[in-house]
Design a protein around this ligand. Sequence first.
Ligand code: BJW
Length: 232
Amino acid sequence: MRVVVLTGAGISAESGVPTFRDANGLWEGHRVEDVATPEAFERDPVLVQRFYDARRRALASVDPNPAHRALARLEAELGDDLLVVTQNVDDLHGRAGTTRLVHMHGELRRALCTACAARPAWHDDLIDGPPCPACGERALRPDVVWFGEMPYETDRIERAVATCDLFVSVGTSGAVYPAAGYAALAAAVGARTLELNLVPTMGIVAFDEVRAGPASVVVPRWVDELRRSRAG
Ligand code: BJW
């Protein structure tokens, strides 16, 4: 059975990483739409670099929660038949042990050189304009996908969604495309669709099944069920 799991900010909420569109989703009064665009970066690079430097620093004090760890256990069970597609730019899936992973909106712990397109691993602040390790230009920005930019590895994701048997959406509001369209794509090819969310969303397509609850509870429960059903 081929499974695609799409995750969003809700899976990391209980690790202490704020979501975007819930009550505490603002950063110093700014909506994500006001800081996560190329136009915002052009207009006020200091503000945008501060936003991402603060979030990169905050990663040092958060850890994967039982939902991230359950998906790593699922990979141990399904191997290449699982693909986890995350919209999150934190590194909690990787730290939990997931390797079949696409960071479609990029990663906080990577920089992107606007001069040479290198994407070096990056753990420090970018606000002081450090040189790119590849070309030496002081042209590094966070390696994250802003509105109007092309998400990473969309061909690979769409191939996986179009050939999966089960599509699971975890902790995402379904407000941002192209990720918001993947459940509809999966349904169109006959895959079963399941939503795991604190509060069920009303997406463009109704999921076959919806389980409401915190990710740290509903994800391990679902993973354990799936593993038991395969064993027995
Ligand atoms: C829990 C929980 C708990 C809470 N347990 N659950 C008009 C129509 C259609 C599309 C467009 C349009 N105008 C423009 C577009 C395109 C645009 C878009 O979608 N805009 C919308 C606003 C409409 N998209 C783009 O520009 C994308 N690029 C693109 O489309 O390129 C062209 C293309 C064409 C064809 C194929 C491919 C490409 C790029 C989008 C980039 C998004 N970037 C951001 C910022 C990344 C960097 C950063 O982190 O700062 O990505 S925006 C932000 O939203 C971030 C997230 O990944 C993304 C999604 O948010 P998410 O994860 O869903 O979080 P929330 O907060 O919204 O929801 C949290 C959920 O968790 C809630 O449901 C809670 O209930 C739940 N939850 N606690 C379980 N404990």
